[in-house]
Design a protein around this ligand. Structure first.
Ligand SMILES: [Cu+2]
Length: 365
C-alpha cells in the first residue's frame, strides 16, 4: 500500500513537472520513448508539394517525426483563366503527403496563417484518438497547435480539416494524405506519385466565368452551398486544379518501370471510380488496407479513403487518369496524364490499320 502511494505521488510529481516544463505548443516534457524507455531520435519531416512524395524510409527503428503544417487560404487557379479561394494545408491541394514508419511517434505542429479568416484543425485517419486530432488542433488565425500520436497501423490514410462547417472546409481543398510505411518498408519502385480527387462547388457552370474585382482581375469563382447540399459539383478535379496532371505537369515513366500511385479521395461527397485508360493495375492495396487485389481495371475510392496502386508500364504512350464516372473526366475536369517514354513494343501493341478519315466518308451515306 505504501509502495502504491509512493508510486502515485511520484507520478503526480512527474505530471506536475511535465506540465510546468511544457509551455504553450511544447511537447518536450512528454518526449516519446521506445520500449527501452530511451528517448526516440527526432527527425524533422521534409515535405514536398504534390504530385511528389517524400523519399522512402530506410530506418529500422522508430523515431519521433516532427511534421509542420500550415493552414493557408489562397486564391489560385482552379481551371484555365479562373481562380478559386482555396483553403489549404501548406498552400497546395491536396496538402503534402506525410511519410512515416509504423511505430513512429508523430509530433504534428499545425500553424494557422495570420491572414486566414477561419479557424482550422486537422483530423488524420492514421490517428487512433479523439477526432483523429481535431479537438487538439482547433487553431485560430496566427496561432499554432501541437499534438503527438503513435502511428500504429501501416497504410495510406486521408487527413482533412474538421472545423465546422466541415463539408465546406473540405470542399475548399482542406485534405491530404499520410503514408504509414510497414516496418520493413515498401519495395523500391521507379516512380511514386501522389494524386487526390476532390469535388468543387462553384456558383457558375463548368468553365463559365466568375466575377472580377480590382484585387482579383482574374475571374474568381465563388463557393455554392446549394450545389454542395445537392452533391452536384461544378468541377471534379485531381490535385485541385483542372490540368494539374496534364502537359508540363503530367506524370512520367519509362517503358518497363513500376509506378506506385498513392491515390486518395478528399470528397467531400463523390466516390471515385479511379482508372487509367490503357493500363491494368497489377496491385491495388484496397482501401489502403492489407488486402491486395491484382489485375484491377477500375478501383473505387470513397471520400475519406485512399488506395495504393502499382502498375508496370509496358508500352509507350500517353495514358489518361480518369474518374470512370466519365462525365466527370471529360466535362468536369477529372483528367490527368501518365506519359510513358521508350521504344515501341509491337509484340505487345501495334496498330494494324485504320478506317478511312472522316472526310473520305463524306457522301458515303
Ligand atoms: Cu479548415
Amino acid at each position: 500500500m505504501k509502495h502504491h502511494s509512493v508510486a502515485a505521488a511520484a507520478l503526480t510529481l512527474l505530471f506536475a513537472t511535465a506540465t510546468a516544463a511544457a509551455g504553450p505548443g511544447s511537447l518536450s516534457a512528454y518526449s516519446a520513448s521506445g520500449k527501452s524507455g530511451q528517448a526516440l531520435p527526432v527527425i524533422k519531416e521534409t515535405l514536398v508539394a504534390p504530385p511528389d512524395v517524400p523519399a522512402a524510409i530506410h530506418r529500422d527503428y522508430p523515431a519521433r517525426v516532427v511534421v509542420q503544417l500550415e493552414t493557408k487560404e489562397v486564391v489560385k487557379k482552379i481551371a484555365s483563366g479562373l481562380n478559386y479561394d482555396f483553403w489549404t494545408f501548406n498552400g497546395t491541394v491536396p496538402g503534402p503527403l506525410i511519410r512515416v514508419r509504423e511505430g513512429d511517434t508523430v509530433e504534428l505542429h499545425l500553424r494557422n496563417d495570420p491572414s486566414s479568416h477561419m479557424t482550422h484543425n486537422i483530423d488524420l485517419h492514421a490517428v487512433m484518438g479523439p477526432g483523429g486530432g481535431a479537438a487538439a488542433t482547433m487553431t485560430p488565425p496566427g496561432q499554432e497547435s501541437v499534438f503527438a500520436f503513435k502511428a500504429m497501423r501501416a497504410g495510406i490514410y486521408v487527413y482533412h480539416c474538421a472545423t465546422p462547417p466541415v463539408p465546406m472546409h473540405i470542399a475548399n481543398g482542406m485534405y491530404g494524405m499520410i503514408l504509414v510505411e510497414p516496418p520493413q518498408g515498401l519495395p523500391p519502385v521507379a516512380h511514386e506519385y501522389y494524386v487526390m480527387q476532390g469535388d468543387f462547388y462553384t456558383t457558375t457552370g463548368y468553365k463559365y466565368t466568375g466575377y472580377t474585382t480590382g484585387a482579383h482581375p482574374t475571374p474568381l469563382l465563388a463557393f455554392d452551398l446549394q450545389k454542395m447540399l445537392k452533391e452536384q459539383p461544378t468541377y471534379v478535379l485531381f490535385n485541385g486544379q483542372e490540368g494539374s496532371l496534364i502537359g508540363d505537369h503530367a506524370l512520367h515513366a519509362k517503358v518497363g518501370d513500376t509506378v506506385r500511385l498513392f491515390v486518395g479521395d478528399g470528397g467531400p461527397n463523390l466516390t471515385s471510380s479511379f482508372h487509367i485508360i490503357g493500363q491494368i493495375f497489377d496491385d491495388v492495396q484496397v482501401e489502403g488496407g492489407t488486402l491486395v487485389n491484382h489485375n484491377v481495371q477500375t478501383t473505387l475510392i470513397p471520400p475519406g479513403g485512399a488506395v495504393t496502386v502499382e502498375l508496370k508500364t509496358l508500352v509507350p504512350g500517353t495514358f489518361l487518369l480518369v474518374d470512370h464516372a466519365i462525365t466527370r473526366a471529360f466535362m468536369k475536369g477529372a483528367l490527368g496524364q501518365l506519359v510513358v517514354s521508350g521504344e515501341p513494343q509491337p509484340e505487345l501493341y501495334h496498330k494494324v490499320s485504320s478506317g478511312p478519315a472522316p472526310a473520305d466518308k463524306a457522301g458515303a451515306f
